[in-house]
Design a protein around this ligand. Structure first.
Ligand code: F6P
Length: 280
């Protein structure tokens, strides 16, 4: 017999992403339209283990659609990685009579949801919320578009000063396991080169490209470096390049967490409500 769902819980977990608040708003308002009670779990899996839940009404998610971060807060729960944390003797959501859960996050969040759902026979819906755009089954994740736009904006600004001073800039952007952000940032900002985890970039090859550019009278350049690439950090790469080719005055800019903040773009606000609106 299928169980009727009357009370749902929603939480954000892992790295925050611009648009998580808009997704939360959509979940709460849509659930309220369907007469469901919604509980917000604070601090991701930490809050789930601690029973840190509060009832959320329509008004509680007012004026958040444009805000970055997550009003529910988020954690990378170390406790949830332990067996006692992930699978406590009693389902911590039992006290609140939660029938189903909505998890907003990335890979780690979904893995946790899988473990929890199996252990307690509670259905989960995952909303892809991560700047990394590295989740299977969706073309885009909430936060990716904003993160890339923020990175491109930063590179546009760096380009101005690189051009004025005839400098070579290495700009390091997030993600340790995938070059999606770096690749899109480099294409969108017209960068000279990009170094990503998915392919190896020998320093000699990079120096050759720079030398060719210099021969064409390219007096400045911006190179995008993804956090987790094999060649090294932007600092390491800048030093290695300089040892072989010191034609350019070289600088490094690391923009990391800047990319996770800020007001979500239209795309990161609309991705989830559009999906919910199309459900019967
Ligand atoms: O998963 C999102 C992400 O922003 C990655 O791009 C990055 O590698 C990582 O989180 C950084 O995590 P933290 O903010 O915990 O250092």
């Amino acid at each position: 017999m299928t169980k009727e769902i009357k009370r749902i819980a929603v939480f954000t977990s892992g790295g925050d992403a611009p648009g998580m608040n808009a997704a939360l708003r959509a979940v709460v308002r849509n659930a309220s339209f369907h007469d469901l009670h919604v509980y917000g779990i604070f601090r991701g899996y930490e809050g789930m283990i601690d029973g840190d839940l509060e009832r959320l009404e329509r008004g509680d998610v007012g004026n958040i659609i444009h805000r970055g971060g997550t009003i529910l807060k988020t954690t990378r729960s170390e406790r949830f990685r332990t067996e006692e944390g992930a699978i406590p003797l009693t389902n911590p959501l039992l006290a609140f009579d939660i029938d189903a859960c909505v998890a907003i996050g990335g890979n780690g969040t979904f893995t946790g949801a899988d473990i929890f759902a199996e252990e307690y026979d509670i259905p989960f819906i995952g909303i892809p919320g991560t700047i990394d755009n590295d989740l299977f089954g969706t073309d885009f994740t909430i936060g990716f578009d904003t993160a890339v736009n923020t990175a491109i904006d930063a590179v546009d600004k760096i380009r101005d000063t690189a051009d004025s001073h005839n400098r070579l800039f290495f700009v390091e952007v997030m993600y340790r396991h995938s070059g999606y952000i770096a690749l899109n940032t480099s294409i969108g900002s017209g960068a000279g080169s990009v170094i990503i985890p998915e392919s190896s970039t020998p320093i000699d090859a990079l120096v050759d490209t720079l030398k060719k550019g210099a021969r064409r009278k390219k007096l400045f350049s911006v190179i995008i470096v993804a956090e987790g690439n094999e060649t090294g950090s932007a600092q390491d790469i800048a030093r290695m390049v300089k040892e072989q080719f010191d034609f350019y005055d070289t600088k490094v800019a690391i923009i990391y967490h800047l990319q996770r903040g800020g007001s979500p773009t239209a795309m990161d606000r609309v991705l989830v409500p559009a999906g919910l609106a199309s459900t019967p």
